[in-house]
Ligand binder design. Sequence first.
Ligand SMILES: Cc1ncc(COP(=O)(O)O)c(C=O)c1O
Length: 366
Amino acid sequence: MKVFSPFVSLPGLRDEFPVLGAAAYLNAGTDGPLPARAAHAAERELERELGEGRSQAHFERRRELTDALRRAYAAALGAQPADVALTTCTSEGIAQVIGGLELGPGDEILTSDEEHPGLLGALSAARELRGVSVREVPLGALASAVRPHTRLVACSHVGWVSGSYAPAELAQLEIPVLLDGAQGVGAVHVDVHALGCDAYAGAGQKWLCGPDGTGMLYVSPALRERLAVERRGYANLADPNDGLDARVHPDARRFDTFSLGAETTACALASVEVLSSAGWPAVHEHARTLAARLARMLAEQGRKPAPRGETTLVSFPSPDPPAERAKLAEHGVIVRNIPGRPWLRASVGAWNDEADLARLVETLDR
Ligand SMILES: Cc1ncc(COP(=O)(O)O)c(C=O)c1O
């Protein structure tokens, strides 16, 4: 077993991220820091395209890269690659599941009262365009709030506002559960089977430190068969040359986004590899421990964080969040404010160290 002190960097990991030389970067809940290796992987693909053009070999290369990325994402989710689609972001996967259920008047979707627009957008579309009713309850109350006409529970795995976990009891429900994993995958341990969810949508650009325009969607084989796939094109058809008789892929590739560039895919793959080669258990443990430490440091400073789970997000009160966020940024500390709440939110990753936390707390004090 690897032994490490929770208050120093994981060996070598911090050096992978150039931005950490310039700032206490505590903003992976928005977009993770990009590893240099990932940027170089993208550059290499573009160089190849410059030199070789983009003909059959290019499309074979894209296929090779998407297969590898699907395997890497599946490993991060504890899923089979055949059950994982490649998307461009969390919101895209969420929209595919909610739209694909083809719910209508008389059906209800149950959600929590602390969801992100990435989920709320798809819920409002179901309500406005299909007449589905949407009910919001506190995250912790979801499992007991299901009613006979509830067709889906859709909520965060880890809430973006304060970093609370979805209740474990959701695994016992008989109706489908869709988890928004934007603040989950890469940040905390994810095993879609242990979570008992039927669908899990995640981001490549946040806790997996990939480029913008990457994401994943796990769908269980049982739910897959129940979801209509309205969006069809070359990329998600089993045999696109069958014309009007073409059928979608038999596995989760039916939910794939239509086009992912080689440079984006290579960049995403390299960033996941940087993290996975440090070891997922160590990555999760280091981030979780540092985040808990930051929560204690803030409480000692009179900035007691909002109630949170053992996750990587720490939201804490600020007298003027946008102004304080700007002040912190001037001093090289990158966090965000949460709209509509009197809080700043720090995202603590395995790449951070105790000096980053100290820099945040000291700058707050100035
Ligand atoms: C909980 C949650 N869901 C969804 C999203 C949207 O993510 P994406 O840009 O990957 O669609 C975010 C982004 O911050 C989020 O925090």
